[in-house]
Design a protein around this ligand. Sequence first.
Ligand code: NAP
Length: 287
Amino acid sequence: MQTRTIGTTTVSAIGLGGMQLSIEGRPEDRGRAVATVHAALDAGITLIDTADAYHLHADEVGHNEVLIAQALATYGGDTTDVLVATKGGHLRPGDGSWTLDGSPQHLREACDASLKRLGVDAIGLYQFHRPDPKVDYADSIGAIAELLDAGKIRMAGISNASVAQIRQAQEILDGRLVSVQNQFSSTFRSSEVELRLCNELGLAFLPWAPLGGNSGAGVLGSRHAAFAEVAEGHGVSTQQVTLAWMLALSPVVIPIPGSSRPETIRDSAAGADLTLTAAEVETLSAA
Ligand SMILES: NC(=O)c1ccc[n+]([C@@H]2O[C@H](COP(=O)([O-])OP(=O)(O)OC[C@H]3O[C@@H](n4cnc5c(N)ncnc54)[C@H](OP(=O)(O)O)[C@@H]3O)[C@@H](O)[C@H]2O)c1
């Protein structure tokens, strides 16, 4: 598979988003969840995105991290090149809501807990999940800088960040910020401004919900005729065209489509090797 870089680490141009394996609607069969991760690895995916908050019930924080660690441990092949990117700063109290705690103390504790669940000495990429309006952004990012200094995380990223926050984080981290994970899809394009900044600064840009999320992924073709037409011309899925279009926008883009079935991640992974013409990319960007 085509590769890209996060910091100095080479990863597959398309990653696997783990969230759908652990939240509402997740597979009841754990075997299917593990098989989905294994299918991603078989397809050449070497980036897996997770978070401690990817769980359903209050007493199962880190459900997705445990699942990913288990899937890696039971995979028959070599997983040494796989980058597991996790996040801290979001919480799920178990009533379906998502709450925030960006305090340095919480981030320190969350990172320690993620280290244990992932069974590693240092987390490959640790991302501050979402700014917490109750906590000064500088304090949250300062905690991430301390985790880097302590060697608990190898690389630092941020998520759901504005242009100003990207610049601020880069300054606080002393140039050590490597990635930004923001929502971006054919439907949701307002983060193009952050994508452009990442391109300028050489930061990896990881579009989340790149297919429009759980509810949007299945209806991509009916929502976006131009994408469906290009897909028909290439004889591939609209989802593949969407991912290939994103990859064509900038070499810093690394989409992380979510999957809860081997079939969907196999199809999405193939999007990394689909080449669109410049005219097609232009048409899709304008659509
Ligand atoms: N940083 C943040 O705040 C944040 C927020 C949300 C998500 N994320 C991350 O971003 C990842 C992706 O977002 P997402 O999972 O919400 O949305 P998404 O990737 O846009 O859509 C996921 C859905 O797409 C379907 N799908 C995937 N590939 C497909 C294909 N080739 N053909 C048809 N359907 C396909 C999957 O169906 P099946 O379930 O049937 O496989 C899944 O339900 C998450 O898993 C998570 O890691 C981050």
